[in-house]
Design a binder for this molecule. Structure first.
Ligand code: SAH
Ligand code: SF4
Length: 366
């Protein structure tokens, strides 16, 4: 009898890895400058630079680059690996045009969401890093649908390019990126971080205007602490004791609160960036005075800012958001306890602009 050698173990974040579907064909924002030069093969090097500048400065694909000879424009415009990653499935706007939400079709038929929000003095885009999510938080529409696949760096970057194009067309400058759309950024770390470096180096965005939100994947937080760019960290806490957090956020069973809090402390020490906690307020679940007290102990010890978000109801979760008067009382209690807390207004509720909601509604046929 022969025994075959075990296959090499992939480097993971110590978690069971979701099945990765066939990698889609790369698209225009997947390539590095070197890969782009290779793709343009026989052309002189300055052509690759022109195409790169077109993508990152003019936010245009090769077919629109008038600096290129007509024949080359046509050839590159038809190149499979220079096509756009995103085509619009649904676009909707709310809040008097200040919120725009896209549901995109990807090349293989998967769908993801991006939300652009204009505020006085800044414009922020909320982007997805995975089609679906494997983390299984019961209250989240994306989690309810399960994991589909990782997004490529090009699929992540192009969401920001689309939002920047739209902002510029209305005379505004896209200033901030938050990784708070579909998926868990730390579970697609390499593509997420490549996208961050593109935003910084090629789209000219400052690290302090980039925020990574995580459900609490501790190995990802540690890795982030070792990077050179000091981005903001947001942790979706939702519960400040392990019993409740284990139920709401299953990954807490792998990385319980004391481990998570230590990783947050180490991140703050390494980067000196602001830490924020996200807290989706759920009626009767995590909105009691005891919850405010437990949360205040953790938030104060880390100097963390708390963002309170009344739960957006989703089809797969029976409980509703905390009523407005209790939301305010919860916030006041935190402030009395010495915590810097704000209530985040739900942007685009009428257009299902909460995480994963538009995709869930479309697939449910409503
Ligand atoms: N996976 C990452 C980032 C995407 S989720 C994370 O969990 O942090 C972005 C934020 O939306 C998280 O804080 C998440 O808990 C929150 N969220 C998910 N479903 C929600 C809902 N139905 N109502 C309000 N907030 C929700
Ligand atoms: Fe995934 Fe974040 Fe939704 Fe949890 S809240 S299922 S981690 S997207």
């Amino acid at each position: 009898m022969t025994t075959s050698a075990a296959p090499p173990t992939p480097v993971t974040l110590g978690l069971p890895q979701p099945r990765v579907r066939e990698t889609p064909v790369p698209t225009r924002y997947d390539h590095s400058p070197e890969q782009l030069a290779q793709l343009l093969g026989g052309q002189p090097p300055f052509r690759a630079r022109q195409v790169w500048q077109g993508l990152y400065e003019q936010l245009s694909g090769p077919a629109e680059l008038t600096a290129l000879p007509k024949a080359l424009r046509a050839e590159l415009g038809a190149h499979e690996q220079l096509r756009s990653a995103l085509s619009t499935a649904v676009e909707s706007s709310g809040d008097g045009g200040d919120t725009v939400k896209w549901l995109w079709n990807l090349g293989d038929g998967e769908q993801i969401e991006t939300v652009l929000m204009h505020y006085a003095g800044r414009s922020t885009v909320c982007i997805s890093t995975q089609a679906g999510c494997a983390m299984g938080c019961g209250f989240c529409a994306t989690g309810q649908g399960g994991f589909r696949r990782q997004l490529s760096v090009g699929e992540i970057v192009e969401q920001v390019v689309a939002a920047r194009q739209r902002s510029e067309s209305t005379g505004r400058r896209l200033s901030n990126v938050v990784f708070m759309g579909m998926g868990e950024p730390m579970a697609n770390y390499d593509a997420m971080w490549s996208a961050v470096t593109r935003f910084h180096s090629h789209l000219g965005m400052s690290a302090r205007h980039l925020t990574i939100s995580t459900v609490g994947l501790v190995p990802g937080i540690k890795r982030l602490a070792s990077e050179d760019l000091p981005v903001n960290l947001a942790v979706s806490l939702h519960a400040a004791n392990d019993d409740l957090r284990n139920q709401m956020v299953p990954i807490n069973r792998t990385y319980p609160l004391d481990v998570l809090i230590q990783a947050c402390r180490d991140y703050l020490e390494a980067k000196g960036r602001r830490l924020s906690f996200e807290w989706a307020l759920i009626d009767g679940v995590n909105d009691l005075p005891r919850d405010a007290y437990e949360l205040s102990e953790i938030a104060r010890s880390l100097g963390a800012h708390v963002n309170l978000i009344p739960l957006n109801p989703t089809p797969g979760y029976p409980t509703v958001g905390t009523p407005p008067n209790i939301v305010h009382a919860f916030c006041d209690r935190l402030v009395e306890l010495g915590v810097n807390a704000t209530i985040r207004r739900n942007r685009g509720t009428s257009i299902n602009a909460a995480c994963g909601q538009l995709a869930a509604r479309i697939s449910a046929g409503t």
